[in-house]
Design a protein around this ligand. Structure first.
Ligand SMILES: [Fe+2]
Length: 141
């Protein structure tokens, strides 16, 4: 299971984000392993769960970015949209039984995009939120 740099944070909601990331990566890994052994039903079940989990995660992060006025929100949301298009391609490929030559590279590319495009940005978002939360309240004093 992947470890993310912010897992040491004690905040419950950061832990939730981390658990969501781990679930997303686990589900896409299940799609690959099921495809490689020809278990179409398992691949189909996992790709649906993957799209559902990742979509909900994106929506949650976008709500957080809006709530905390994250300055890089638009850039991160644009990356979500790019990955989302590939997620739908993957779902279609699995459902149409396109085979491992199509499914596996697409799943690997999506997984790499989560690690290389999205997770590093999430660290920036979390740092931003922690900074905002640590500012003195305007009502104080
Ligand atoms: Fe994320």
């Amino acid at each position: 299971m992947p470890q993310f740099p912010w897992i040491r944070h004690s905040s419950i909601w950061i832990g939730c984000l981390d658990e969501e990331h781990a679930l997303i990566i686990k589900l896409i890994g299940n799609v690959v392993s099921a495809t490689l052994v020809g278990d179409h039903d398992k691949a189909a079940r996992n790709v649906s769960l993957f799209v559902e989990a990742a979509s909900a995660h994106f929506a949650y992060e976008e709500a957080l970015m809006q709530a905390f006025a994250y300055p890089k929100a638009e850039g991160h949301a644009a990356k979500h949209r790019v990955v989302y298009v590939d997620m739908l391609k993957l779902e279609r490929a699995v459902m149409q039984r396109s085979g491992e030559a199509t499914v596996v590279p697409l799943a690997n590319e999506i997984s790499a995009n989560f690690h290389n495009l999205l997770f590093p940005d999430d660290i920036g978002l979390i740092s931003h939120i922690e900074r905002v939360k640590s500012l003195p309240s305007e009502r104080a004093g």
